[in-house]
Design a protein around this ligand. Structure first.
Ligand code: ADP
Ligand code: MG
Length: 390
C-alpha cells in the first residue's frame, strides 16, 4: 500500500506533518501515512438497511507522521488544533479534555481488543479534510491512525478487517453510531474508482469513473444539527418497515415487491421504505450506467436520488435543496444530489469539464441568493485509500 511521491496539496500536508514531527519530538518520523476523506456518489441511508453504496475516496487527506516508542505510550500532537494528548497502551481511557484524541485511543483500543500487539509511538496529525462537513474527517483520522499502528507494530491487517476495527472504535469508543461505508472506502479506495459496497456481505467491486467530468463537492456550511435524532428515527422507521414486510432488512425488498405490499404499511413508513428500496435499485443501475459509459443515465439517477431523499425520506432541508437546484440549473451538470446523512453538509456533483467555470460562478451565487450563506466548493478526484508515503 505505498504510492509514488505525493504531489500538490498532499505533498504540502506531508511537509507540514514532517516539520511538526521534528519540532514536537526532536527526531525524524519513521513513517508517514495518508488517509483520504470520502464522498458517497449514490446510495444514501442504504448502509444500515444492508444495501448498496457507491462512495469514492477523495484528494483531501489526513496525514500522520509517526515513529515507535519503547515505553508503551502513545503521544499525539494535533497540529491543526495546537493540542497534544498522551495515553498508555496498557490502560486506554477516554480523554474528556481532548475529545479529538478519543479517535486515536479508540483505534488503539479496538486493535488491541482484536488481539493485535501494539507498539507505542510518537505521532503528529494534520489534515485538509474539512472537519464536520460530512467528508468523514473522523474516519480518515481513524484509518491513518490504524495504519500508523500497523507500521510501527509490524502488523498486517486485511483492509476489510481494518475498516471494521475503525468502525468499532467510532461506534463503541467515541460513541458515534455509523455504518461501515466511510471506514471501508477510506481503507480500500482505488485511484480513479468508486467502490460498490454490499453492506450485507461486505464484498466490494471497484468501478472505474469516467476521466472527463469533475467531481465537485459543495458544502452548504449548514451544520447537521438535526442529524442525530432524525437519523435514529429513520433507522427505527426502516426497522418497522422491514418487520411489517417480514424481511430481515429492506435490502430484501424489490421495488415491485414493495408496490405489491404498500397497503400493509402506514403512509410514513411506506415513504421511508420506498426511498430505501428504490435507492438500492438506483445504486445498481448507476453502476450499470458507469460500466456502459452512459453518464447521462448516471446523472439522472443522482438527481432522482436527491428527489427521493427530499420527498420520501425527508432528510434534505432548504440548504441542500437550494444547492442541488442551483446545480441542476447549470448547463453541463451531469447530476447533483445531497450526500451524507442530510439536513446539512454537502452535495456531490458530476460536472462536464467545460462547464466547470460556469458552475463555480453560478452555483455559489444562486445558493447565496436562496439562503444568505456562502458555500465552500471542493473540486476533487477519486484517489487511493489509506497508504504509506515513502
Ligand atoms: P466529519 O463529518 O468530518 O467526520 P465528525 O464530527 O464525525 O465530522 O468528526 C470530526 C472530529 O474528528 C473532530 O471533532 C475531531 O475530534 C476529529 N478531527 C477531524 N479532523 C481533525 C484534525 N485535523 N485534527 C484533529 N482531530 C480532528
Ligand atoms: Mg465523522
Amino acid at each position: 500500500m505505498s504510492a509514488p511521491e505525493p504531489t500538490g496539496r498532499l505533498a504540502d500536508i506531508v511537509e507540514t506533518a514532517r516539520h511538526a514531527f521534528r519540532r514536537s519530538y526532536l527526531r525524524e518520523p519513521r513513517y508517514i501515512v495518508a488517509a483520504p476523506g470520502r464522498v458517497n456518489l449514490i446510495g444514501e441511508h442504504t448502509d444500515y438497511n444492508e444495501g448498496f453504496v457507491l462512495p469514492a475516496a477523495i484528494d483531501r487527506h489526513v496525514v500522520v507522521a509517526a515513529a515507535p516508542r519503547t515505553d508503551g505510550t502513545v503521544h499525539v500532537h494535533a497540529v491543526d488544533l495546537g493540542e497534544s494528548s498522551s495515553f498508555d497502551l496498557q490502560a486506554i481511557n477516554r480523554d474528556a479534555a481532548h475529545s479529538w484524541c478519543n479517535y486515536q485511543r479508540g483505534v488503539a483500543w479496538a486493535l488491541q481488543g482484536a488481539g493485535h500487539m501494539l507498539t507505542g509511538m510518537d505521532m503528529v496529525v494534520t489534515s485538509d479534510v474539512p472537519i464536520g462537513s460530512g467528508l468523514s474527517s473522523s474516519a480518515a483520522i481513524e484509518l491513518a491512525t490504524a495504519h500508523a499502528f500497523e507500521l510501527v507494530s509490524r502488523l498486517e491487517i486485511d483492509g476489510v478487517q481494518r475498516a471494521l476495527l475503525c468502525q468499532q472504535a467510532e461506534n463503541d469508543f467515541v460513541g458515534m453510531r455509523c455504518g461501515i461505508m466511510d471506514q471501508y472506502v477510506i481503507s480500500l479506495g482505488q485511484e480513479g474508482h468508486a467502490l460498490l459496497i454490499d453492506c450485507r456481505s461486505l464484498e466490494y467491486r471497484a468501478i472505474p469513473l469516467a476521466q472527463g467530468p469533475a467531481l465537485v463537492i459543495c458544502d452548504t456550511k449548514k451544520r447537521r444539527g438535526l442529524v442525530d435524532s432524525e437519523y435514529n428515527r429513520r433507522r427505527q422507521e426502516c426497522e418497522r418497515g422491514a418487520a411489517a414486510l417480514g424481511v430481515r432488512a429492506l435490502r430484501d425488498v424489490t421495488p415491485e415487491a414493495l408496490a405489491a405490499r404498500q397497503g400493509d404499511l402506514e403512509p410514513v413508513t411506506l415513504q421511508r421504505c420506498r426511498h430505501i428500496v428504490t435507492e438500492n435499485q438506483r445504486v445498481l443501475d448507476a453502476v450499470a450506467a458507469l460500466e456502459a459509459g452512459d453518464l447521462g443515465a448516471f446523472g439522472g439517477l443522482m438527481n432522482a436520488s436527491h428527489v427521493s431523499l427530499r420527498d420520501d425520506y425527508e432528510v434534505t432541508g432548504p440548504e441542500l435543496d437550494a444547492m442541488a437546484e442551483a446545480a441542476w440549473a447549470v448547463e453541463g451538470v451531469i447530476g447533483a444530489r445531497m450526500t451524507g446523512a442530510g439536513f446539512g453538509g454537502c452535495t456531490v456533483n458530476l460536472v462536464e469539464r467545460e462547464a466547470l467555470e460556469r458552475f463555480l460562478t453560478a452555483v455559489p451565487a444562486a445558493y447565496r441568493a436562496a439562503t444568505g450563506r456562502d458555500p465552500e466548493i471542493y473540486v476533487c478526484r477519486a484517489v487511493q485509500g489509506v497508504h504509506r508515503i515513502a
